[in-house]
Structures are given as C-alpha cells and as structure tokens.
Design a binder for this molecule. Structure first.
Ligand SMILES: [Zn+2]
Length: 344
C-alpha cells in the first residue's frame, strides 16, 4: 500500500512539473485529487485497513494529497502570471531585437557614392583640418583675392601657436583634389565625400557644418559636354530618367568657365511651386572646367590636359530626395526624425 502511494506521488509531481498550460493542470487535478481518483479512494478505504496500518497509511496519503495540492497551486499561479520557464509557446512570432541603423545622411552619402562608383569613379578621402595653401592658394584663391570672402572660415590654432592663420577647418572638399593629384596621373576620375565647415549663422537652409561630395575628372580632351553628360546621368540615377538640367554661368575661382547646374523642379514639373520658389528650377550643384592655373598647381600641362570639377551639397540633395524642408533636421538627432530611415 505504501509503495502504491509513493508511486502515485511521484507520477503526480512529475506531471505537474511538465504541465505547460492550465488545461493540462486541471486534468492532472482531476486524475489525482477527484473523488474517483486512486489517492482519494485509498484515503476513503483507510477505515477498512487493519488497525495497526491505519495511522501510517492515513497520514502518508494525507501528506501526499497536501503536497500534490500545493504543487498544483504553485504551478497554477506561475502559469497565470506567465513567468513559468516551461511556459514557452514555440508557435508565437519571435521578437526582433532592436538593431542600429545608419544615419540618413550616411545612407544618402552611400547612395551617391554607389552611383559614382558604378560610373568608374574612385573614392578619395581628405582631411578636415587643412592648411590655407591647400584650402585656398592652390585652388586659385589668393590671400588678397576678394573671392576668399565667399568662404567664411574657421581658423584653427596651430600646435606651436605661431602662424595662427595657417590652419583652417576646410571650407570645401576641394583641397583633397590637389592632394590626390600629388600621387596620381591622368586619366583620373575621383570623388571626395566629406564634412566641411563654414563660419555662418544657421537657419532653415544654412548650417555651419555640412557634407559635400567633390568630383574631379582629368584627361586629354575632356570637354564641357563630358561634364554635362556625367552630371545629368548622376541626377537621373538619383531622381529618375525624367530629370532635365540646365547650366547657368557662375563664378568659382578654381574653374573657368564656372557653371551652376539646375534641375527642373520635380514637384511642379517647372510650373513653379514653394519648393523651387516659383522658379520651376532647383539649384543642384556648382561645377566648371578646371582652371588652367589649378592644373598647373597640380603639375599638369594645361595645353595637354583638361578636366572638370563639381561639388554636391549632400545635405541639400538629401532634403530634396526625401522631401525634407529644414536642413537642421539632419543634425539635431531627433529620434522622431531618425526613426523614419531605418532601412539599411
Ligand atoms: Zn517647383
């Protein structure tokens, strides 16, 4: 009799332990503690046992009943609170862990780089602290040249505290062109993506720091038509085949002739809207044929070689691409803004 009770006890506790839901638990309760269960019938039959066995068997059966009831209650409450480590429903969809993603500017920069890469351009990186020779002089912007006022400059104190006007936070990515040409010979096709700095007040369309992507192509017989073809193809890859562009003369000291490239407004198709300020055209980038003096500064003979250069404002281009109306949005790190760009 005692052996039978102990076997019941073991079986019941094992079943409770492996039960994964309340329904199974209720069935276990019925099996072991209902009126018709073996344990209860043993308890009921105690009075018919020989007098000497009654106390021991009665006590054991009662203890086991109490133990099973206690384990059932314990399991029931843990299942109800969902904390039971056995209560795993493998059919539920998984929870995706939070993963990091690239800043929208980085994503867009990569898109730009991919396009130029597919056109055979090499990617070159420059330095953010430049000396004035590379940032200005070699790009045909002399110290007394009025054009230097076009770039409001942050000057950086040199480590030796002498010549404090020699180091600057680069005002454009163009100095990297000169540096790249110190170790390369034509034909070359390169882009320089990177951050630049201007000492100016910020508003909805101006920042003191922003990203540019510079381009330089040099070879024999490179003409304006190559410039137009390259930049039109780039804008078509970015905004679609219906892109139309036009060129306007513009002055930049390191190119001759210099040209701004406009794109027909994608919103109004040239009719005029608030995005294009009723002009029907959007100013996209500055460009031009590399100035003969700059070619000479690169140790190239302007009679033999020609080339074109262009500079894209990445932040502004990204705003247009995503339809964002405030350039500062990309610098404030507001999660409500950033979470809209979680694709990788
Ligand atoms: Zn428009």
């Amino acid at each position: 009799m005692r052996h039978r009770l102990e076997k019941l006890q073991k079986e019941a506790l094992e079943k409770i332990l492996s039960a994964n839901d309340l329904k199974t638990l209720a069935a276990i309760e019925t099996q072991f503690l209902s009126r018709k269960s073996e344990l209860i019938s043993v308890l009921r039959g105690v009075k018919d046992l020989p007098a000497a066995d009654r106390p021991m068997i009665g006590q054991l059966a009662n203890t086991i009943r109490g133990q099973i009831q206690a384990q059932l209650n314990k399991k029931k409450s843990s299942l109800e609170s969902g904390r039971d480590s056995f209560a795993v429903d493998a059919s539920l969809p998984g929870q995706e862990p939070d993963r990091g993603y690239l800043h929208p500017l980085s994503q867009f920069m990569r898109r730009v780089i991919r396009i130029f890469h597919s056109m055979g351009f090499e990617v070159v990186e420059g330095r953010e602290v430049e000396n004035t020779e590379y940032n200005f002089e070699l790009l045909n912007i002399k110290a007394d040249h009025p054009a230097r006022d076009l770039w409001d400059t942050f000057y950086v104190e040199a480590p030796d505290k002498k010549n404090t006007d020699e180091l600057v936070l680069r005002t454009h990515t163009s100095p990297a062109q000169i540096r790249a040409m110190e170790t390369r010979r034509p034909p070359i096709r390169l882009i320089v993506p990177g951050r630049v700095f201007r000492h100016e007040a910020t508003d909805a369309s101006h920042e003191a720091t922003f990203y540019q992507c510079e381009g330089l192509v040099i070879g024999q017989g490179v003409a304006v038509s190559d410039l137009i073809g390259t930049l039109k193809l780039f804008l078509q890859e970015l905004f679609g085949q219906s892109v139309q562009i036009r060129l306007r003369p513009e002055y930049y000291p390191f190119v001759e002739p210099g040209m701004d490239v406009d794109m027909r407004c994608l919103i109004c198709k040239g009719e005029g809207c608030s995005v294009c300020r009723r002009r029907g055209w959007l100013e996209m980038l500055g460009s031009g044929m590399v100035h003969p003096q700059v070619l000479q500064n690169m140790n190239l003979d302007p009679r033999r070689y020609s080339g074109f250069a262009f500079g894209l404002g990445i932040d502004r281009l990204m705003m247009l691409f995503h339809g964002i109306d405030d350039i500062r949005a990309s610098f404030v790190n507001d999660f409500r803004f950033l979470h809209q760009f979680t694709q990788r």
